[in-house]
Each structure stands twice: as structure tokens, then as C-alpha cells.
Design a protein around this ligand. Structure first.
Ligand SMILES: [Zn+2]
Length: 359
């Protein structure tokens, strides 16, 4: 990758509001971008699949990414018009106070609000030292009564998404919300587009999967597998970067290439597949980082135990500060991940896939 990669698709994906169970706006972008690339369908939870056929009896290769981002749901509207909420996915109270959010109404309209915080002037000594839980916070919409809030079209059960801007920082680094996992969705879509434009017959049938509800337990990836029926799956993620000060043994450094995840507590990648991808990266001069993670998890959790078992690997674009309003990636890693996925898919013929389960 020498040219600067066009980030317009990624920025639209990252800015779209799509908490678990409310992935509609992201699905719309994905569907439009994959139009003409393959046949598009969806499962009954809302995961979208795009199939580009290969040769008859060729292997079925799934490229999975999840559309949802960590968000919230309206639990109650107080008499003073504030919103009590539950988190959808993993949040830390420290990153929430005084942040902007959008409430997604039934009609799809976004109503802006802020998560209320006490000014330091009013804090007791004990309050200064504590971390609040999301369920003890309130969203302020500028209204003062329940009726006023309801008049905005807000109802219990509405989803809530973080709100932020797309920012370009020094050295080409970009910052936005939801890089977990809109970078994975972007890599999936752009790889499918490139494979679709490439007329050379692939042996494998490639199925791009944009799954729902990963952040609440890898749910859509499980149901989508019933339709994609993969022989092998590549899970594409925005993986947490660990190149922050004070972290030794780094395995996810911005700018050092896509990460191949060998292990996390939810899945062990297929060893032959990891080494295969490593070889393909080397042949194509794509830098990579290999990771063994003692925490976290991905859609590999549901996919690798589907049916009689599916060899999986997780390819991640390192992203700093995920599960906040201000995650950061190096677009060079994003472009390299697309190059790698395309090269890997082209290399996975029937013989290569059979080696993955030649026990
Ligand atoms: Zn993720």
C-alpha cells in the first residue's frame, strides 16, 4: 500500500448509529456498498450476508464482521425528563460522564443528549474517588418534565448511541467512535468489492457476513452461520491496541500491521490457518502482529463451534481506546488488512482448506 487509502466508506460506517439490536443504519450502508458484488440475503436476527460464488464444490469461506457498537437502551424516563439507561456491551463509568449521545427514536430520528455529571464544585470527597456505574447515570436532553421528553418521540426501549465527530490527527491517525467493529465491517466490504471486481475465477465461494449483536454475546454470528455454512471463517475486528504507556509485551501497535489473534478465552484459532495466513502476509510483504490474548473475545466464539466445527482466525486492525467515543486507528493498518484478506481468500483453494482439518 503506497497510496493514501480512501476512508469515505469507513467514516460513514463509523459515524452511523448502530447499537446491538438497532444496526439498521449500518446495514443500509453495507447493503448499498455490496450491491452487485454478490447475492445478498439476511438471517432472522438481521445479519446481512453477501455471497460471491466460486467453483462448484469449492470451499465456502466466510468473512465475518459485526455491525453493532457498544451503546445503551432507555430504561425509564424520570419525572424531571431525564433518561435512565442500561448499557448494551462493555462500558467503563470513567469514559461516560459529560459525553454526547443520540437517542434513536422509533422513526429513526436521532435526539441529542448529554450524560449528566456533577461539576467538581458539588462533589464530596468520597464522590471524587469513586467510579460511577452507567446504571447510576442520567441523560439530560434539555427537557425538564417527562411529558417534554416523551414529546420528542422518546420511549422506553429506544436504543442510544455514542455521538462524536470524525477527527484526523497527526501522522494520518484518525479518531471516531465504533471502530470496534466498523473497521472490520469496512475491511469485509472493501475486500468483497475487490474480490467482486476481480474476474479471475476463485475456487472458493466467499460469503461476506455483517453480523448483529456481537457486543451482547456474539449472537448474530451464530445465526448467520446457519446460512453461510462456512468451511473456514476469517473474523475481522477492531482489536484493542496495547501500545499505550506502561504496557509491556505489546501485540497490537498502531501502524505495525493487522493482528492475527491466535488465542483468547473464547476461541483458539486453527494453527494451520494462522501459519498459512502468516506465509501469505510474508509473500505479499504485509506486516503483521501475532497475539495471544488473556481476555476479550470475538465472533469466533460462535462460529468455530458451528456444525461439525469451523477453522477460524481473527484478523484485527489495532484500535486504541475502543468502547469509548474516541477510538483511534492508523489507516495504513486498515489498508493492509484489506490487502491481506484478499490475498488469503485467493490462496484458499480446496486443497488448502482441506489441510485445515486433516486430523
Ligand atoms: Zn468487536
Amino acid at each position: 500500500m503506497t497510496q493514501k487509502h480512501d476512508l469515505s466508506l469507513l467514516s460513514r460506517l463509523a459515524l452511523a448509529a448502530g447499537p446491538p439490536g438497532s444496526e439498521g443504519p449500518v446495514r443500509q450502508i453495507v447493503r448499498a456498498a455490496l450491491e452487485g458484488v454478490g447475492s445478498i440475503t439476511h438471517d432472522r436476527l438481521g445479519s446481512l450476508l453477501c455471497e460471491r460464488p466460486g467453483k462448484e464444490n469449492g470451499p465456502r469461506i466466510a468473512l465475518d464482521a459485526h455491525m453493532d457498537e457498544v451503546g445503551f437502551m432507555v430504561q425509564a424516563i424520570t419525572a424531571a425528563g431525564r433518561i435512565k439507561f442500561v448499557p448494551l456491551g462493555g462500558w467503563w463509568g470513567h469514559v461516560l460522564l459529560a459525553q454526547r449521545v443520540d437517542i434513536i427514536t422509533e422513526s429513526g430520528q436521532l435526539v441529542p443528549g448529554v450524560i449528566a455529571s456533577k461539576p467538581p464544585h458539588f462533589l464530596t470527597e468520597a464522590e471524587r474517588k469513586s467510579v460511577l456505574t452507567p446504571t447510576s447515570m442520567l441523560i439530560d436532553l434539555g427537557t425538564t418534565t417527562q411529558e417534554e421528553t416523551e414529546a420528542l418521540g422518546i420511549r422506553v426501549g429506544d436504543a442510544i448511541a455514542p455521538h462524536c465527530e470524525w477527527i484526523e490527527l497527526a501522522g494520518g491517525i484518525v479518531s471516531c467512535k465504533a471502530f470496534d467493529d466498523r473497521v472490520g465491517v469496512g475491511v469485509m466490504v472493501e475486500s468483497m468489492q475487490r474480490l467482486g471486481a476481480n474476474n479471475t475465477a476463485l475456487e472458493g465461494t466467499v460469503i461476506g457476513v455483517a453480523a448483529v449483536q456481537e457486543e451482547v454475546g456474539c449472537r448474530g454470528a451464530g445465526t448467520a452461520s446457519a446460512l453461510s455454512k462456512p468451511d473456514v471463517a476469517i473474523i475481522l475486528e477492531g482489536t484493542p491496541a496495547d501500545d499505550t504507556p506502561g504496557t509491556p509485551d505489546r501485540q497490537a501497535v498502531l501502524g505495525a500491521g493487522p493482528q492475527l489473534r491466535f488465542y483468547d478465552p473464547t476461541a483458539i484459532s486453527n494453527r494451520t490457518l494462522v501459519r498459512h495466513v502468516e506465509r501469505v502476509a510474508k509473500e505479499n510483504q504485509i506486516p503483521i502482529q501475532i497475539a495471544v490474548r488473556s481476555s476479550g473475545g470475538t465472533n469466533a466464539k460462535s462460529i468455530h463451534v458451528h456444525g461439525a466445527g469451523v477453522p477460524t482466525i481473527v484478523i484485527g486492525v489495532p484500535a486504541r481506546y475502543i468502547h469509548t467515543h474516541v477510538s483511534m486507528i492508523d489507516p495504513v493498518d486498515y489498508a493492509h488488512a484489506i490487502d491481506l484478506v484478499v490475498a488469503v481468500v485467493e490462496s484458499l483453494d480446496g486443497a488448502a482448506v482441506e489441510k485445515l482439518f486433516a486430523f
